[in-house]
Design a protein around this ligand. Sequence first.
Ligand code: HEM
Length: 183
Amino acid sequence: MRLTNSPDGYGLVHWALHWGMAVLIFWLFWLGLTMVELPLSPQMFEAYALHKSLGLTVLVLVLARLAWRRLNGVPALPEGMGRLESVVATAVHHGIYGLLVVIPLSGWLYSGAAASPANWFGYFTVPNLIGANETAAKVLRAVHDIAGKLLMLCLALHVLGALKHHFISRDTVLKRMLLPRRN
Ligand code: HEM
């Protein structure tokens, strides 16, 4: 199995980061939206702690993915894609990467501002990036929430784009992401 990307396909590392992060992000949305409805209870604290640990993991993985992308490059967009379609596809990709930095970072900052430090799976407590501050906590919570909604929109466009490539344009864009290159 090939580890690195090539001009016509993705290697194992990019493929594993893509699908691993897709699962984590889906889980984070589900946890985030359900934990805020829970009554004050040990279960609520556990859900928050898990959400923070998974979110910090996504932050590390997205930075690793951006570095890997830079070192490795990615396969070209298929020939025959219209100018508008290429611009939208590139904007959505940049939007997803940007939001995947802003969302965990705002969550981490929010934890500091709300004086509720994040601990990574019980192994260590990450330093608070800012001190307790009620106004900052309100703003950061809103940033986390709005950026999360924008990410949902970008991911919906991303999935629709992939389906359009497969069923309408009938090119290899979705297929090459479903399985990593063999050699
Ligand atoms: C890609 C990563 C992340 C995603 C997709 C995500 C998503 C979400 C979502 C959808 C909510 C519910 C928003 C609401 O209804 O108000 C939420 C809430 C929350 N998130 Fe995240 N999150 C991520 C990372 C993090 C990180 C790294 C932390 C902290 C270290 C964090 C801390 C929180 C907290 C404390 C809340 C609850 C806010 C409240 O009490 O109202 N999140 N998150």
